[in-house]
Design a binder for this molecule. Sequence first.
Ligand SMILES: C[C@@](CO)(OP(=O)(O)O)[C@H](O)COP(=O)(O)OP(=O)(O)OC[C@H]1O[C@@H](n2ccc(N)nc2=O)[C@H](O)[C@@H]1O
Ligand SMILES: Nc1ncnc2c1ncn2[C@@H]1O[C@H](COP(=O)(O)OP(=O)(O)O)[C@@H](O)[C@H]1O
Length: 280
Amino acid sequence: MLPENLPVYPAPAKLNLDLRIVGRRADGYHLLESIFILIDWCDRLAIVPRDDGQIVLHTPIDGVPPEQDLTVRAACALRQAAGCLNAGADIWLDKHLPMGGGLGGGSSDAATVLIVLNKLWNCGLDAPALAQIGVKLGADVPFFLFGESALVRGIGEQLEAVSVPEQWYVVAQPACHVATAAVFAHPDLPRNSPPNPAADYAARQPFRNDMQDIVCRQYPQVAEALAQLSEHGEARMTGSGACVFLPVPNRERGEAVCAALSLPARCVRGLAQHPLREII
Ligand SMILES: C[C@@](CO)(OP(=O)(O)O)[C@H](O)COP(=O)(O)OP(=O)(O)OC[C@H]1O[C@@H](n2ccc(N)nc2=O)[C@H](O)[C@@H]1O
Ligand SMILES: Nc1ncnc2c1ncn2[C@@H]1O[C@H](COP(=O)(O)OP(=O)(O)O)[C@@H](O)[C@H]1O
């Protein structure tokens, strides 16, 4: 899928271990408090600069026009912000993460492009400048640029590091795509969880996801996936779904749970840091 002999840049997925809606902005966007972690399930990208000013995605995704792909939008936004208007790039994306699954794949792809092209084009932008570009592409992009477990607040732009114990997870993939905007617009969505600014893994427990009940009502496949996973422990939905996850003590246990489910699932490990952390 990627050309041979080129460096491969990973774009890891995220899980929302805890997700609360604590209010709403004047423009209708919801204010969240969420513990985000990175996991070792990744899209893979190859990125090579070109000097004719063109940004070419060689691997368009079915149903996503290249100019709307978050990789291309990230490259264009960086070029604009850095003022290097003649910079171009060849981009190849080897997509592994389910789309619209609440795993943040598109945002992570965008973050990886920002990190890598900031170096390859010698833009010299610092992390806050990249995050400012990123949040306009997607609410989860600043988290991927932050590069470690975080308490994320606002709509995704306020980040604070959180120490999360090393952990394995089973991630199960119901056969549906959740329309995030419709879930946020639902009249019965809980919007008033009490704010709790403590960036502390233990103090925030028990974890929950304020979007989960509405999504389960509207998508029986998500409810069924949660019911199956819950037979093995405390399962929850990630983001606005559709994927659901279960913490497990080790890989062996995770593989055994996957084998017992009747839907696609994989055992993944939490990452302490983004694999590109050293070049962020
Ligand atoms: C809830 C999270 C948690 O990570 O879900 P996932 O997308 O990862 O599942 C994200 O914050 C999702 O943010 P984002 O990725 O920007 O959502 P989008 O699909 O772009 O938003 C679609 C629509 O949902 C509403 N929206 C989105 C984010 C937010 N904090 N409040 C909102 O009210 C807005 O109407 C927006 O136009
Ligand atoms: N590179 C990309 N990868 C995934 N989705 C993309 C990409 N570029 C644009 N999109 C669009 O963004 C939507 C949300 O993608 P994704 O980040 O995978 O979901 P989620 O926010 O639920 O984790 C997709 O349905 C797709 O239309």
